[in-house]
Design a protein around this ligand. Structure first.
Ligand code: KG4
Ligand code: ZN
Length: 346
């Protein structure tokens, strides 16, 4: 099967071509530079940029894969969750393409696709679903922070999620307080490299609560008060690095402790992680150490596939179609708040 997938849920315009579990091309046009000036994603700008970029990105994806449109057997797109007008661009493009080709179309849940991106590896990239085993999956990005029990292929349960800010949002908002550019996560990661994570003891919200939920807005507030009392700290590079390392340690601690706790409780043997924050070096390192200590296998999405991409959408769509999933109606609408808990089994 040869399938084309669109992903436009937030600020990345991406098109991928998948054939029999292999990624023939995965083109991503990032809008980070456009939104940096505003300190966050501006939905109206994101939508216009998706409109401008979708066809050129699709042409490149087809060209790189050496595929022509008539070669396609199916089309997929992210249906939700995400920014409403941004989602509409990819979904409607996918439905229109499928309609014109008279081929099946599948609307994919963005988070469900993230669950399988740690299993997408090798050269050329392929979805190694056959290696999939029950796992606890941490999805951690600018919009979401959640723990999912993946019981098997296409069978998962949302255990908990953030009750306020996502971890990436917390990185970005704290970076803004410090005066670092958007997106702040990679900036804090960079400064933290030469800082002391124990220099400041910031709160680890909900770390020992007996549920699988997260909360990060209190940490951001605590850093704001701290900076109001210690504004001079920002003028000294060494102290700035210590601050970044301490903030990062607080966020990473919560993510790691709660992930390992869930893995122990659900008695899985494997832990996975994906989403933009999974690029964070301290998180990758700490998860590796914690999993080794607790005897869990760890699968992290490749850095290039941690952030949003159409390859993960296409690989899951192909797998679902092959498993007998009914096509999504061509007039189906976006689902902006589509929770993993509301995925219908087929
Ligand atoms: O998955 P993603 O590209 O987009 C969505 O939010 O859906 O994730 C972007 C988020 C941003 O908040 C960004 O600051 C964060 O991922 N991020 C990082 C790092 N790289 C990206 N956070 C911490 N450390 C990083 N190295
Ligand atoms: Zn995402």
């Amino acid at each position: 099967m040869t399938l084309l997938a669109f992903e436009t849920s937030c600020d990345e315009t991406s098109v991928a071509i998948i054939r029999n579990g292999t990624v023939l091309s995965n083109c991503v046009s990032s809008q980070i530079a456009l939104h940096a000036e505003y300190g966050g994603v501006v939905p109206e700008l994101a939508t216009r940029e998706h409109l401008r970029n979708l066809l050129p990105v699709a042409r490149t994806a087809l060209h790189d894969a050496k595929i022509s449109i008539p070669d396609l057997d199916a089309v997929a797109a992210t249906r939700g969750p995400g920014l409403p007008s941004a989602l509409m661009i990819g979904l409607k493009a996918g439905q229109a393409l499928a309609f014109s080709l008279r081929k099946p179309f599948l609307g994919i849940n963005h988070h469900e696709a993230h669950l399988y991106s740690p299993w997408t590896s090798g050269t050329p990239l392929r979805a190694a679903f056959d290696e999939l085993q029950p796992n606890i999956s941490l999805i951690v990005s600018g919009g979401h922070t959640m723990l999912v029990h993946v019981k098997g292929e296409l069978n998962h349960e949302l255990l908990g999620e953030t009750v306020d800010d996502a971890a990436g949002e917390c990185f970005d908002k704290i970076a803004k307080l410090i005066g670092l550019p958007y997106p702040g996560g990679p900036e804090i990661d960079r400064f933290a490299e030469s800082g002391n994570p124990k220099a400041h003891d910031f709160p680890r919200p909900m770390i020992y609560e007996p549920n699988h939920d997260f909360s990060f807005s209190g940490l951001k507030t605590s850093v704001r008060y701290f900076l109001q009392k210690n504004p001079e700290l920002l003028d000294d590079r060494k102290r700035l690095c210590d601050l970044c390392a301490s903030v990062q340690a607080a966020i990473v601690d919560v993510l790691v402790v709660k992930t390992i706790k869930a893995a122990k409780k659900l008695a899985v043997r494997c832990v996975t992680a994906s989403g933009g924050v999974t690029c964070n070096r301290a998180l990758r390192q700490r998860l590796a150490v914690a999993c080794q200590g607790a005897g869990f296998q760890l699968r992290l999405a490749e850095k290039s596939l941690c952030t949003d991409n159409a390859a993960m959408i296409g690989l899951l769509a192909e797998r679902k179609l092959l498993a007998g999933a009914p096509p999504t109606p061509l007039d189906a609408e976006i689902q902006t708040s589509w929770s993993l808990s509301n995925l219908s089994a087929f």
